[in-house]
Design a protein around this ligand. Structure first.
Ligand SMILES: CC(C)(COP(=O)(O)OP(=O)(O)OC[C@H]1O[C@@H](n2cnc3c(N)ncnc32)[C@H](O)[C@@H]1OP(=O)(O)O)[C@@H](O)C(=O)NCCC(=O)NCCS
Length: 181
């Protein structure tokens, strides 16, 4: 494992000067890439589900003990707070049609995965956003700059910049006023 990690870091990872990242929590796939900016603290587990996927974390960002699952890309900006117990996932894992997912488990047990009928869409969390604990962020979502996601929310749609959202599915609660920015 140590050798695999060292090889991965040399070829697929870019780390800023002063990041604190727990590398053993990153489950690798061929060609996946990780970028972590300076001053960031990354305590989450990362599961790359598909080769070539990307995790990019900006500078001075904190990611607590959460789970990020990636088939394509998860892009997290600068000065973001992402709390504990969150799950960020950029795909549905299976087709919504039973006939298209009926052999998923059998394929899986043979080390195969057919992505052709799975909805996959990258997730972006923009600069200065704050995501509370136990939040779920689903495929295709962009959390806008400075937005706040209330604890326990399930985010299925984009969150406009400088708004507070909450609930399942997450809806706008209020604006982040100019004197709170
Ligand atoms: C349920 C799910 C499969 C539906 O996917 P989909 O058919 O692409 O659904 P959409 O993203 O088009 O959303 C359709 C509507 O349902 C809502 N919705 C979707 N998933 C939701 C969820 N988990 N909770 C609450 N509302 C949800 C959306 O907000 C949207 O409503 P709106 O148009 O009023 O905003 C998906 O959203 C989901 O939960 N994915 C995660 C799958 C999973 O758990 N995989 C883990 C490994 S098995």
């Amino acid at each position: 494992l140590a050798n695999r990690l060292i090889r991965f870091v040399r070829t697929n990872a870019i780390f800023g000067d002063t990041h604190a990242t727990r590398l053993w929590r990153i489950h690798l796939k061929p060609g996946c890439r990780v970028k972590i900016g300076s001053g960031s603290i990354v305590q989450c587990s990362v599961r790359f589900d598909r080769a070539g996927a990307l995790l990019s974390v900006g500078e001075r960002t904190f990611i607590g003990p959460s789970l990020i699952v990636i088939a394509q890309e998860v892009i997290i900006g600068d000065d973001v707070l992402l709390s504990w117990g969150c799950t960020v996932v950029d795909h549905n894992s299976h087709s919504a049609r039973f006939s298209e997912r009926s052999s998923d488990v059998a394929d899986w047990s043979r080390g195969r995965k057919d992505w052709s009928n799975v909805a996959v869409e990258g997730v972006t969390i923009e600069n200065r956003a704050w995501v509370g604990f136990n939040v779920i962020i689903l495929k295709g979502v962009t959390i806008g700059e400075g937005a706040i996601v209330g604890a326990g929310s399930v985010v299925t749609r984009d969150v406009p910049p400088w708004t507070v959202v909450g609930g399942n599915p997450a809806r706008i609660i209020r604006e982040v006023s100019p004197n709170e920015r």
